[in-house]
Write a protein that binds this ligand. Structure first.
Ligand code: DAH
Length: 340
């Protein structure tokens, strides 16, 4: 019987060595270890042996099984390695072939302008502040000196969530929030963000747009600081030889209030279609922070002074890139976006 096993073992080993695919290997494996293998036949005859012989043959059978299993494992590994080796040899990567290209995005013009303005102010020592787009009436109006029923509220008709909560109509409430948070500290902040108004959408109006707010609070801050700061902004945004002018205006949260114009950067002040032949282009509203606003936010107006300004980002972008319809910023038409 041992002789039989020996022969079988040699035969099995030869068979295993002879295969070259995993499928064939499995076949050979079940041929020699499976239910119909000659091994089974041998095992069936064990019952006729003496106990002594049973023990011996049993051990031989186990050895046989272990041997075949090991041979199969070694062969399997070898087949797999051969496979990888063959792929490595035959598969080549041609790095000179042109790849599949995919469209690359670009920075949205509103983001580009926002980042540019942020950079300018960070360069002057300002910090970036933030506030929520869903705002309390108190911060959006009340504490900016726009009490209930104030006629200036009319220009800020908004989307109300309840009588005390609305989508902010400007970034100015961030002034109040920052003052309340910083409790009497000197401040130099700008705040870019989205604002909302109940407006009819047309070429120059949108119910949602962006502003950048600015606020500086100290003990010696004057109108000339405001002018110097905005003049710097105008030069950096629209060109070195730009000039600005102040026109008197009204905002409830500033006193005095001004509208700020910059000399037209298209015609250099001579008059053209962009500046409607005036030579000047309005860019923002500003003023000295109203004493009531300071007081309500916990700053003593006898000690503290400050200036503030608010600028429409779309407006700046439209001027800069000569865009004539505000709606193109929001419609995600790639033909428009690709130009930046
Ligand atoms: N909040 C004003 C608006 O949306 C803009 C503005 C004007 C902001 C003057 C200011 C300011 O901080 O001083 O129309």
């Amino acid at each position: 019987m041992n002789q039989k096993l020996k022969l079988l073992e040699q035969e099995a080993k030869d068979a295993i060595r002879g295969v070259s695919t995993i499928a064939k290997l499995r076949e050979v494996n079940s041929l020699y270890l499976g239910s119909k293998s000659p091994l089974r036949e041998i095992m069936k005859t064990i019952k006729d042996l003496t106990n002594e012989e049973k023990k011996e043959v049993g051990m031989e059978i186990n050895r046989f099984k272990a041997m075949i299993t090991e041979e199969v494992e070694i062969k399997e590994k070898q087949i797999q390695e051969d496979l990888i080796q063959r792929r490595l040899e035959t598969e080549e990567i041609d790095v000179t072939l042109s790849g599949t290209s995919f469209p690359k995005g670009s920075i949205h013009p509103l983001t580009a302008i926002t980042e540019e303005i942020e950079d300018i102010f960070i360069g002057m020592g300002y910090k970036i502040a933030e506030g929520p787009e869903i705002e309390l009436d108190t911060y959006n109006f009340e504490m900016l000196n726009l009490p209930q029923g104030h006629p200036a509220r009319e220009m800020h008709d908004s989307f109300y969530i309840n009588p005390n909560v609305l989508l902010r109509t400007h970034t100015s409430p961030v002034q109040v929030r920052t003052m309340l948070e910083e409790k009497g500290k000197f401040l130099k902040i700008i705040c870019p963000g989205r604002v909302y108004r109940r407006d009819n959408d047309d070429a120059t109006h949108s119910h949602q747009f962006m502003q950048i707010e600015g606020l500086v609070i100290g003990t010696v801050v004057s109108m000339s600081d405001l002018k110097g700061t905005l003049s710097e902004l105008a030069k950096k945004m629209f060109g070195e030889n730009r000039e600005i002018r102040f026109r008197p205006s009204f905002f409830p949260f500033t006193e005095p209030s001004v509208e700020v114009d910059v000399t037209c950067f298209k015609c250099n002040g001579k008059g053209c279609s962009l500046c409607k032949n005036t030579g000047w282009i309005e860019i923002l509203g500003a003023g000295m922070v109203h004493p009531n606003v300071l007081k309500m936010a916990g700053y003593d107006p006898d000690i503290y002074q400050g200036f503030a300004f608010g600028m429409g980002i779309e407006r700046v972008a439209m001027l800069r890139y000569e865009i004539d319809d505000i709606r193109v910023f929001y419609t995600n038409d790639v033909r428009f976006l690709k130009q930046f």
